[in-house]
Structure formats: structure tokens, C-alpha cells
Write a protein that binds this ligand. Structure first.
Ligand code: 6R9
Length: 643
């Protein structure tokens, strides 16, 4: 079943922007002369001064990646101003509230005016080019307005997902020393309220760099406003003009920072710059989704993740699309919500995560079939490997075997999609992200960094740069080189493993580092461990991923308590709540096992390989345990496995 091939339907290929022949021509043109290819593609966005230098990349030494480096532009102009003459009255954003009775439509002209007003207010508060602005907002139109207003004045936005705790928010603000925070009174999700302003107030106790806070009124819930620091959005923008001079940005000036979990320590501030990122966002959004003028496009991600940055805001708006922004969740008020929204707004392109598909699949076909999905044309998947069973359900039940599925592999670091079918050009295989996009040069290497040929399995690397890739880790370029370019010299290491089949198709097998993917959200096991050991009862903790039917991976924690502390059910619950409070609900442990000892090498390294196998109930092939300092602990852990 998983090796089924679903050929491109001739009717789809005939109408698609890119068919198989065109794809081949693009791949060949890029391979022959990459600079000429990207010089052609760069005109998809608006430049104040067109670049003459296209690509300057060095994956060795200090690692330097520059695209379009002498070009001048402002990202907000590509996303707003240049559409005004041709599509000013077209809807830019359809907003669908958590409450099914609330929605709104914002045209390009209105969006432009709202962005300019906020940008003017930000300038008046003293925000300048290069300043960092933290955005901690729910999925409301203001989130897109805030991003584009930052771009307008040349400020670097750093969005923190609304589900993160005050501590997580504070550490991200501190790392990049944001001077302005944009938040809302409260968010809404699945009928519940999220106390954003209260969380922000708590975070700001330890964030002296923040001088001003702009607060959007969303639910109208009561919040405290600190005089001189906090300003209501509506009040501060009320007197501002609806035009605003865009800051002139170099193509390599930063556009945003987005924190993401790695295998060690604190989240890293992934930095993206302006020109290359926007070209990549536009190029991939248009081609992967085969976007056509006038279509309604819906990506269900949150703007707090990279998918929301590139495929709710920058890509679609750069392409003059109508992008749908959804405040709610798939299961509320009922589990037909996604399909009800598709019917209501006549969605043509729908892009979601495998974890949502798996959850909805459990409820059968009824809730899907209740709603008209005849507008749907393309379906997308992102965030984690999609198992063939979920893929086929998505294809057959949701898309009625009419809509190609684009399984898009990419990362926060890559800025946009790298491996994905082009729906009019590439035959599908359920569970495979298929082939690299033109300009993307993946390879599989063994653990020594030797490039493997043909059908094989290995570590997924990229041999050369594409315009949208990250440029550095904010404030720590050495860590950038160390994290991504030192494992395999001269290659960008993704942290993922993959298999490549006889047809050259890629099948992503998941992370090969200590990052786990919980419901499509990246979580560093080290972060959960450090939250656990911060609890007074905990002496040591080791955290691994475990297979989870809905979430893909769950969080399995081995905890060693301090001497004299009793392992009780009350303490177990307390630790679960503790981690939620320290990091946020997405880090909620799924299992906690009391571990009197952990398997360690004689040099003191925890053998995670063994812990992963125990958590997955794969205790048959534990491999060589002879290097352990105390081999006895392994049997003890197996005997007391949780769940
Ligand atoms: C866009 C995004 C990146 C990690 C990545 C990989 C996993 C994402 C995938 C996929 C298999 C896909 N991943 N898309 N695995 N198939 N289509 O999710 O960014 O949050 O940084 O996560 O997600 O493991 O390395 P990010």
C-alpha cells in the first residue's frame, strides 16, 4: 500500500503552473546557471533597487550565506503596496474566529492602512530599524498587521507562540533584547481563554529591555495596564495616518528571528533576512500549492510557528493571495470544524498537519462528509512524517481522490519548503515528501559524512544554499556553524534521517538528534530535562520521545528523585504541572517513570538509545550494553516501564 504510486492526472497537469516537463526544465536551468535562474525568479517580489549580485555562499570556515546582497527592498511593500493598484479591494485575509459566528474580511487596501497606522505609532514610540520587537498574540488579524508593521519600519520581529509560558516568553525576549512587546488582553482557543497580557506582565518582571507594550483588545477581559509602559492598540494608532514611508532595507538585513528547539540547551534564535526569504516564500507558495489568482488558501498553522510566518503571511501576501487565518482548533465546537470552514469560505487549498488528520480520522468519515468540500483542489501536509494510513484517509475521504496531496518537508531553519511534490508534475507516493524543489540539493550521508548514492538511508543534508535558508543564530554565529555545519563538514545538516527509494523519492524517517516532534511541534529533550531538574525534588532526568498514536511522538521522562524523596502519584502530577508551567502546555509529559538509576557510560554519558528503546517497548534488541557503568539499571527500568 505504502508503495502505491498515484500518477498526476492529465487534467491537473494540463492546468498546473508546472507540469513534469516544466519541472525538468527548471531543475536543469538551475543546475546549469543558478545565478541566472534566481535572477529570473527574484522579480517575483518588489525591489527599490534590483540586486546585481545574486549568490555568495560559503559552507566552510565561518559560514557565510548571502543572496541578492546589493538589493534594496521592504518586505511590506511586496506584500501590500504593489497590490493596491491591481487588487486593492480584493480580500487579503479572511479571519475565522474561534467562535463559529465570528469572522471578518480585510482587503489589501484596509490591511495596508492598518499596517501603516501601527508602523507610524511604533516609530513614534521610538522603534527604529534593527530594533527587536516581540509579538505574543493569538491568531487574530493584528498578528499579521504587527509582523508587517515591523517589516515596514525595519524592526526585526520575534514571535512567541501564545501557548508558551511566561518563563519561555521572558527568555526569548531577553535573548534578543526586545524593546517593544505587542500582545493582546486574552486569546481564545476551543472556547477557552488564554491570559496573554497577564502572562506578559509576569514575563516582563525580568525583561528590562522592554520599554513599551502595545495591547490589542480582543476578548475585552480585564487586564492591568502599567502607566507609561502599556498602550491600547486602538488608542495609540487612532491619530496615525494611513500611509507610512517604508524603511529601505538591504536584502541581507534581518526580517525576523524565530526561536526553535535544538538538541542542546536553550532555544536558538533562527535569523532570516529579507530578500532571499521573501523570494523563497513567494516561489514555494505559488508553485507547491499551484496557487491561482482569486483562490482561497488556508494554512491552519499558528503564526507562532514558522509555517504561519511563511505560509499564512509572507508567501501568500507576496503573491497577492487570499489567505485564511483561523483562531480556533479542529475539534471545537465539534470535529467537523475544519470542513465547515472549508465549505463556508469555499477554500481551494488546504494545508494542515498530520497530527490533526490522525485525530480527525478517529471520528470517521461522518463529520467530513457532512460538509461540502467541492471547492478543495489541493491538500497539504507539514510538520512531521505523515503515515501512509493517514495520508490515504486524507486523500480518499477529505479530497475524494480528486485533490493531490503535497507532503511538504522543511524546517524553521530552511525558511520554506524544500522537499515536496509539485502537484501538476510529480507522481505521489503516500508517506513520501517525494522530490526536492528546483534549486534544492539534498544528499544522504553516513555517520562519517560519506555521500551515499542510489536507493539508501542516511542523514539528510543539503549540499548547497537556497535563497530562503537561515543566515545565523541571533547573537551567536559560532553556534550556527557548530550546530548545522560541523557534524558533516561543508554541508548543512538538517537533524533528520531519511530513506531514498529507487525513484529518488525521499521518505523522512524523523529526527536523528535529541529533538522530538510532538504533534508537529519541535521540543528539545534537553529543555524538558532542565525544567524537571529545576524542581526541588528531582536529582536527575532523562527525556526521550515515545511513539504516540495521535501526536506522532509523546514525551517520556525518566526521573531520579533526590535521596529521601518518596515517589508518589501526587508528586508525579506535580511534576507534569511543573513542566507545563515552566515551558507551556505543548511540553506536557506523557509518561514519567521513576528511575533509581539511569544507564550511563563509564564517562557519565546517559545512553539515550537504550532509554528510547525501553520507552518504545523495543526491549528485544537493546544492543551492546557492556559499556555501561552499571548494566543492572537497564533491567530495573524495563521492569518498571510506564504504560
Ligand atoms: C515546517 C516545520 C522541522 C522538523 C523537521 C522534521 C519535521 C516537518 C515534515 C517533517 C516529515 C514532513 N518535519 N515537515 N517530517 N515530513 N513533511 O515543521 O518546521 O517546526 O522547525 O520542524 O519537523 O523532523 O526537521 P519546524
Amino acid at each position: 500500500m505504502a508503495d502505491d504510486i498515484i500518477a498526476v492526472k492529465p487534467a491537473i497537469a494540463a492546468k498546473a503552473r508546472i507540469d513534469a516537463a516544466r519541472r525538468e526544465a527548471m531543475v536543469a536551468a538551475e543546475a546549469k546557471d543558478a545565478e541566472a535562474f534566481w535572477r529570473g525568479e527574484m522579480t517575483r517580489i518588489a525591489w527599490m533597487k534590483e540586486p546585481t549580485k545574486i549568490k555568495s555562499v560559503d559552507f566552510h570556515g565561518d559560514i557565510s550565506i548571502r543572496w541578492f546582497e546589493d538589493g534594496i527592498l521592504n518586505a511590506s511593500v511586496s506584500c501590500l503596496d504593489r497590490h493596491l493598484a491591481t487588487r486593492g479591494d480584493q480580500v487579503a485575509i479572511i479571519w475565522e474566529g474561534d467562535d463559529p459566528n465570528s469572522d471578518a474580511k480585510v482587503t489589501y487596501r484596509e490591511l495596508h492602512a492598518r499596517v501603516c497606522k501601527l508602523a507610524n505609532a511604533m516609530r513614534r514610540l521610538g522603534v527604529k530599524k534593527g530594533d527587536r520587537v516581540c509579538i505574543y498574540l493569538p491568531m487574530i488579524v493584528e498578528a499579521a498587521v504587527a509582523m508587517l508593521a515591523c517589516a515596514r519600519v525595519g524592526a526585526i520581529h520575534s514571535i512567541v507562540f501564545g501557548g508558551f509560558s511566561p518563563d519561555s516568553l521572558a527568555s526569548r525576549i531577553q535573548d534578543s533584547e526586545c524593546t517593544l512587546l505587542i500582545t493582546a488582553d486574552e486569546g481564545r482557543r476551543g472556547g477557552r481563554k488564554v491570559p496573554l497580557k497577564a502572562n506578559a506582565d509576569e514575563a516582563l518582571l525580568t525583561c528590562p529591555s522592554v520599554r513599551h507594550v502595545i495591547v490589542a483588545k480582543n476578548t475585552g477581559g480585564a487586564v492591568e495596564m502599567m502607566k507609561g509602559r502599556d498602550h491600547w492598540w486602538d488608542t495609540i494608532t487612532a491619530g496615525e495616518g494611513e500611509t507610512c514611508e517604508p524603511e529601505k532595507m538591504n536584502a541581507e538585513d534581518p526580517l525576523f528571528i524565530l526561536y526553535t528547539s535544538g538538541s542542546t540547551g536553550k532555544p536558538k534564535g533562527v535569523l532570516h533576512t529579507t530578500g532571499g526569504y521573501l523570494v523563497w516564500a513567494s516561489f514555494t507558495h505559488e508553485n507547491v500549492f499551484d496557487y491561482r489568482d482569486g483562490e482561497v488558501y488556508w494554512c491552519t498553522a499558528d503564526v507562532g510557528w514558522v509555517t504561519g510566518h511563511t505560509y499564512i503571511v509572507y508567501g501568500p501576501l507576496a503573491n497577492g493571495a487570499t489567505t485564511l487565518m483561523f483562531e480556533g482548533v479542529p475539534s471545537w465546537p465539534d470535529n467537523g470544524r475544519f470542513w465547515q470552514v472549508c465549505a463556508k469560505h469555499k477554500v481551494n487549498i488546504f494545508y494542515t498537519a498530520p497530527t490533526a488528520i490522525r485525530a480527525l480520522m478517529r471520528d470517521g468519515e461522518g463529520p467530513v462528509k457532512k460538509h461540502d468540500r467541492s471547492s478543495l483542489r489541493i491538500l497539504g501536509s507539514v510538520g512531521e512524517p505523515i503515515n501512509p494510513e493517514a495520508w490515504l484517509w486524507y486523500y480518499r475521504v477529505v479530497g475524494e481522490e480528486r485533490c493531490p496531496i503535497v507532503d511538504t518537508w522543511w524546517q524553521t531553519e530552511t525558511g520554506g519548503i524544500l522537499i515536496s511534490p509539485l502537484p501538476g508534475a510529480v507522481a505521489l507516493k503516500p508517506g513520501s515528501a517525494t522530490l526536492p524543489l528546483p534549486g534544492v540539493k539534498p544528499a544522504l550521508v553516513d555517520n562519517e559524512g560519506n555521500i551515499l548514492e542510489g536507493a539508501t538511508e542516511g542523514n539528510l543534508v543539503m549540499l548547497d544554499a537556497w535563497p530562503g535558508m537561515m543566515r545565523t543564530i541571533y547573537g551567536d554565529h559560532a553556534r550556527f556553524g557548530q550546530t548545522y555545519f560541523s557534524t558533516f563538514k561543508g554541508m548543512y545538516f538538517t537533524g533528520d534521517g531519511a530513506r531514498r527509494d529507487e525513484d529518488g523519492y525521499y521518505w523522512i524517517t524523523g529526527r536523528v538528534d535529541d529533538v522530538i516532534n510532538v504533534a508537529g511541534h519541535r521540543m528539545g529533550t534537553a529543555e524538558v530535562e532542565s525544567a524537571l531538574v529545576a524542581h526541588p525534588a528531582v536529582a536527575e532526568a532523562a527525556v526521550v520521545g515515545m511513539p504516540h498514536e495521535l501526536k506522532g511522538q509523546g514525551i517520556y521522562c525518566y526521573v531520579t528523585l533526590k535521596t529521601g524523596v518518596e515517589p508518589t502519584e501526587v508528586l508525579r502530577k506535580e511534576l507534569v504541572a511543573w513542566v507545563r508551567k515552566e515551558i507551556g502546555p505543548i511540553a506536557t509529559p506523557d509518561a514519567i517513570q521513576w528511575a533509581p538509576g539511569l544507564p550511563k557510560t563509564r564517562s557519565g554519558k546517559i545512553m539515550r538509545r537504550i532509554l528510547r528503546k525501553i520507552a518504545a517497548n523495543e526491549t528485544e534488541g537493546l544492543g551492546d550494553t557492556s559499556t555501561l557503568a552499571d548494566p543492572g539499571v537497564v533491567q530495573e527500568l524495563i521492569d518498571n516501564k510506564v504504560g
